[in-house]
Design a protein around this ligand. Sequence first.
Ligand SMILES: Nc1nc2c(ncn2[C@@H]2O[C@H](COP(=O)(O)OP(=O)(O)OP(=O)(O)O)[C@@H](O)[C@H]2O)c(=O)[nH]1
Length: 266
Amino acid sequence: MSRDSLLSQVMTLFFAIGMAGSAISAYSAYRSMTLAAVALVLLPTTLWLFTEPGTEQRLLAVTTLAFSIFVMRATRELSDALGSLLRLRRELEIQHRIASNAARTDELTGLNNLRAFKEQADAMFSYTRRHGLPLCALMLDIDHFKQINDTHGHATGDRVLHAVAKRLKATLREADLCGRLGGEEFAVLLAGTEWHEALAIAEKLRLAVQAIVLPINDSRLNVTISIGVAEAGAACSDATTLVSQADAAMYHAKSNGRNQVHGGLA
Ligand SMILES: Nc1nc2c(ncn2[C@@H]2O[C@H](COP(=O)(O)OP(=O)(O)OP(=O)(O)O)[C@@H](O)[C@H]2O)c(=O)[nH]1
């Protein structure tokens, strides 16, 4: 073989190896891409070089073989590292979702906590205003809850809160917004609902809670709630104002004897 022809072969081989090397480094985290580059370019080149006579060809064959082994090992390490990194990122995303859910959920009842309720109530208020839809608020407060705690203990009080929340959730529609604002106080926002419909829903909730029978030792505990209802009128400027109007109505329900719905009009 002439010197020029050998030189041109060497140059061609280096070009092929350089191309394969670049492709491998670009895709080196993806094992399948590296295996394809090695199988389609490097191995045939190596085999061909081994079949060629001459020391230079053998030397090149050994070099390409060593290079193939090196890139396959490097790729395995890199793709393992990338796999762990992706797993870690997925776990972090899940943890983040759990943490942000926990920050918005009342642990005892599973309902929206005050913060989450306020955020969604503001959004609901803006939406209904923009679309000219009615919006009503209900404030619900368990009657004589202190007495339940004092007579049966705090754990029973917690069971009552949990049972009431469960009953509220089961009675309301998916689109209704419900939250525990603190203590034994719950609030509900009903978008697209007129005042008289809200009164009917409040009465339905009152009856649903009244039907709760909680077995405690040898006795059974009944729970009642007082509910105040308010509709967002033209003068109502935000969800907080609407909820405080429902709260005022709820205090009327309390002072009128509890276990009842008050519509908020005087
Ligand atoms: N078990 C339990 N009790 C709570 C929790 N948060 C607040 N409370 C109690 O709820 C009670 C609320 O009592 P009050 O505000 O006097 O109301 P009430 O006894 O229901 O009286 P009325 O509302 O007038 O019928 C207090 O004793 C609080 O300690 C809670 O998460 N778990």
